[in-house]
Design a protein around this ligand. Structure first.
Ligand code: HEC
Length: 157
């Protein structure tokens, strides 16, 4: 029991008196700061993650895109164009009005199922497209979104 128990504490107290934020106090501030900043970064990451999930702009499956391109070519390209630039009978999807925040994926499902009353252009109406189920239209959407993203059409400002 020769250890002088209160010696270190006494020393710390004397430095603490001159500079309160020094030593371990400052270290804890740093840790607290990094936890707050780190937490913010993680929260941002989660937020953008969930956002891309709702717009399905996350990682796309090249196989699905390729399958979607086939179905699109067979059913939609005649009017909306093989390159999605539109034709004389249908509008281009590489236009910001078809960005996901203006025409969500569900708009494609509805267009195929029920047709479209013209409201953006002068092409006339789109008739319903027969013979496609929801999963096939979802593949078309994968293809269309991938092409939009490649053209920088992410959202309508
Ligand atoms: C016969 C021509 C034609 C074909 C084939 C066609 N479309 Fe259309 N589509 C149109 C026209 C015309 C419009 C209306 C544009 C407007 O709003 O003025 C349109 C509009 C749309 C819209 C916009 C809907 C909205 O809410 O404004 C979507 C989405 C769409 N088409 C998807 C498709 C898909 C997917 C296919 C293939 C499965 C397809 N179209 C095939 C002519 C066509």
């Amino acid at each position: 029991m020769a250890r002088p128990k209160n010696r270190p504490r006494a020393r710390r107290r004397s430095t603490g008196a001159t500079s309160p934020a020094s030593g371990s106090g400052r270290k804890w501030l740093w840790i607290l700061g990094s936890v707050i900043v780190g937490g913010g970064v993680i929260a941002l990451g989660l937020l953008s993650g969930s956002q891309s999930q709702t717009t399905s702009a996350g990682v796309r499956d090249p196989v699905e895109i390729a399958r979607g391109a086939e179905i699109y070519s067979a059913n939609c390209a005649v009017c909306h164009g093989t390159d999605l630039e539109g034709t004389g009978t249908g509008p281009p999807f590489l236009n910001v009005i078809y960005a996901p925040n203006r025409h969500a994926d569900e708009a494609f499902q509805r267009a195929v199922l029920g047709g479209v009353v013209p409201h953006h252009w002068d092409y006339g109406k789109m008739a319903p497209v027969d013979g496609l189920d929801r999963s096939e239209v979802a593949l078309i959407v994968e293809f269309v979104r991938s092409q939009q993203e490649a053209a920088g059409i992410i959202r309508d400002p």
